[in-house]
Design a protein. Structure first.
Length: 375
């Protein structure tokens, strides 16, 4: 029950388990073409979606290597662990990083971003749609508009949000979207995904940072002829293609509604136990629910007890939140009974650790929230 890697459906695992095929042969080329086409539908873009071997961080690194030049000013907006990763990546490539840092769990302000860009121009603004470490999901359109007005590219980490919450790449005018297969796309880790606008491709022509494996143009040329520039993980591509087909068959809007309802169920169950939410108590929290550990209880100890005693894997706090919060993921291949199972286990584990929790209330409240609050 973590926000990534998430469980893979049996159909996806079955596709991955098929005999390995050659990446230069006609069978893979047909699969490759279908997968790339489905990715454009999920990204909601007319642009090519580039597929790399790697985790979501590889997609993020490509968005720095292909857009930044040493000494060039960029703005990083962070409010958690993965926003901080944008800053680290940009610094590693020698960019001049203006870091607009918010407290972990705080919701960034597009007005403040616009003001910062007026005071200190930047060539690109690096943003996080779903900050997995805190559960905060930002409303992207005003940030993209602020970047565009300032003449900067908007670059978004959508690793845990793509396929879980609305993301209109072209409709919102987002220049670059970086994501990965191991979260709402229901595929084991190993595939990094990037879409880039015309303006982003133009910026790539000017950028002077060194790049090879994550060079967008190298991959685009290969994908244009369905001849990948390096050996792709063919089995994972087969699994991702099946997962994308399942997601599109359900319908993206239906998937977004399902995630909203799962988030509601989780939050209501948590509150019924008397626990305090760390993530926002609203429908934006459709990716992961972050919960403060009761006073006197170490959340890391709670997570270990849940895993070892009850077979439920939750996510601990990261960075400065380590030991203070725990997180229940609900993106991808989940339904309400997964939520209720996790909540029941949390009740049991908290009681074992000495917390004063009323038993049985969380499951009832979660089911009521899921059943009686249609989107």
């Amino acid at each position: 029950m973590t926000p990534g890697p998430t469980p893979a459906p049996p159909e996806v695992l079955a596709a991955i388990a098929q005999p390995v095929i050659h990446h230069r042969g006609p069978d893979f080329k047909k699969l490759y073409a279908e997968c790339l086409g489905r990715l454009r539908e999920v990204f909601r873009t007319e642009s090519e979606v580039l597929l790399f071997s790697g985790s979501g961080t590889g997609a993020m690194e490509s968005a720095v290597a292909n857009l930044c030049s040493p000494g060039e000013p960029v703005l990083v907006v962070s409010a958690g662990y993965f926003g901080e990763r944008w800053a680290s990546l940009a610094a590693a490539y020698g960019a001049e990083v203006d870091h607009l840092r918010y407290a972990w769990g705080e919701i960034p302000s597009p007005d403040e971003v616009a003001g910062r860009l007026r005071a200190r121009p930047a060539t690109a603004v690096y943003l996080t749609q779903s900050e997995t470490s805190t559960g905060v999901v930002s409303d992207l359109p005003p940030f993209a508009a602020a970047a565009r007005e300032a003449g900067a590219l908007s670059v978004v980490d959508a690793i845990s949000s793509l396929g879980a919450v609305p993301l209109e790449t072209d409709g919102w005018g987002i220049d670059v979207v970086a994501s990965g297969a191991q979260k709402a796309l229901m595929t084991p880790p190993g595939l990094a995904l990037v879409s880039a606008s015309r303006a982003a491709w133009d910026a790539r022509e000017r950028a002077s940072s060194p790049r090879f494996y994550f060079d967008w143009e190298r991959t685009r040329k290969g994908q244009a002829t369905l001849d990948a520039p390096v050996t792709p993980p063919v089995s994972l591509v087969a699994g991702l293609n099946v997962a994308l087909g399942m997601l599109l068959e359900e319908g993206l809007e239906a998937a977004f509604d399902r995630h909203v309802r799962l988030g509601r169920a989780c939050r209501e169950g948590v509150k019924a136990m008397g626990l305090e939410l760390f993530s926002p108590d609203d429908d934006s929290s459709a990716v992961v629910t972050a919960i403060r550990a009761p006073e006197g209880i170490d959340s890391d100890e709670l997570v270990l007890l849940l895993r070892d005693r009850h077979g439920i894997t939750l996510a601990p706090g990261q960075g400065e939140l380590k030991g203070k919060i725990f997180r229940i993921g609900h993106i991808g291949y989940y339904d309400v009974f997964d939520i209720t199972t996790a909540l029941a286990a949390v009740e049991l584990a908290l009681v074992e650790l000495g917390a004063d929790v009323e038993r049985g209330v969380a499951v009832t409240r979660a089911l009521e929230a899921f059943e009686h609050t249609p989107v």
